[in-house]
Design a protein around this ligand. Structure first.
Ligand SMILES: NC(=O)c1ccc[n+]([C@@H]2O[C@H](COP(=O)([O-])OP(=O)(O)OC[C@H]3O[C@@H](n4cnc5c(N)ncnc54)[C@H](OP(=O)(O)O)[C@@H]3O)[C@@H](O)[C@H]2O)c1
Length: 263
């Protein structure tokens, strides 16, 4: 019996398989990767030696649905047809009740929202259990998502907010990066110097946040002297209501996630 079938060999499917192998979650022979595009199957076959890359799912202990939301129903039908013990779906906006209906009664389902840094093993995911999912099923799903980053548990009705915050979050951070790089160039720095400084500043600041044990307010205060350069810059951001802009951005993305889930 195949241990895990991954349906969808796109960016997230590739990131997940790479993360599961790198984390030693499975041997290549225990995984099956299902991808409908032939050229893509060849690429994946070259990258993942020993992984069975094919067009249709096989019977498995568990399956992960990693196709676009519009393709989920067909992928669920194929997985249900082949037979599986439990399912994890990471498709944005596809609710548990639909997944359970498409997979058939008794198939435990967990729905999760990861994000793109999963591509480098630094994803941030949240998972919600379906009506037939046990503690063991949720633990299984967390083991898979944990291979490509961190994972928290939430009730399903919070997954829209997760989508608006961490699902879309990388795009907000990339926008900040773009703006800071341009600001560096406008201040007279060569673009490659500005890009290098900004990239490392975001990486370093994130690690400080993750590793120092201090919160963002304390870390910001620790680099802000009264009347100093940082205070001058922060003053402009506050006067432009940057906090309100982020708040409204996350609320808008959350609302859009709800709309997409319930057209
Ligand atoms: N990328 C992200 O950052 C991210 C973050 C969080 C959640 N997600 C979720 O993850 C899912 C996948 O996203 P992605 O960016 O990896 O998409 P993607 O790059 O489009 O990958 C999906 C792949 O699956 C193929 N496919 C479609 N139906 C199939 C089927 N029934 N059997 C086998 N293969 C099939 C697609 O082929 P075609 O191209 O021919 O359709 C495509 O190659 C989405 O539901 C998305 O909401 C993505």
């Amino acid at each position: 019996m195949t241990r895990l079938v991954v349906v969808g060999g796109g960016r997230m499917g590739e990131a997940l398989v790479a993360g599961l192998l790198a984390a030693g979650w499975a041997d290549p022979s225990e995984l099956v990767l299902v991808e409908k595009v032939e050229a893509r199957r060849r690429q994946l076959g070259r990258r993942f030696a020993g992984v069975d890359v094919r067009t249709e799912p096989v019977a498995s202990e568990g399956a992960v649905i990693v196709v676009k939301p519009d393709d989920v129903e067909a992928a669920c039908a194929a997985v249900a047809g082949a037979g599986t013990g439990r399912v994890l779906s990471i498709a944005a906006g596809v609710r548990l009740h639909k997944l359970e209906a498409w997979l058939g009664a008794g198939v435990p389902v967990v729905r999760a929202m990861p994000n793109t840094p999963a591509l480098v093993g630094e994803g941030a995911a949240a998972a919600a259990a379906g009506s037939a999912a046990s503690e063991a099923d949720l633990g299984w799903a967390e083991g898979i998502l944990g291979a490509v980053g961190s994972v928290v548990r939430v009730p399903e009705d919070q997954l829209d907010a997760v989508t608006g915050l961490s699902g879309s979050g990388p795009a907000y951070v990339f926008l900040v990066a773009e703006a800071l790089i341009e600001a560096g160039v406008s201040s007279g720095l060569p673009r490659e110097v500005s890009t290098s400084l900004v990239t490392q500043t975001l990486l370093g600041s994130s690690r400080l946040l993750a590793e120092s044990g201090q919160g963002p307010e304390a870390l910001r205060a620790s680099v802000t002297s009264p009347g100093g350069t940082t205070a001058a810059g922060l003053g402009v951001l506050e006067s432009r209501a940057v906090r309100t802009a982020f708040l409204e951005a996350v609320l808008a993305a959350t609302e859009r996630s709800r709309q997409l889930a319930d057209p």
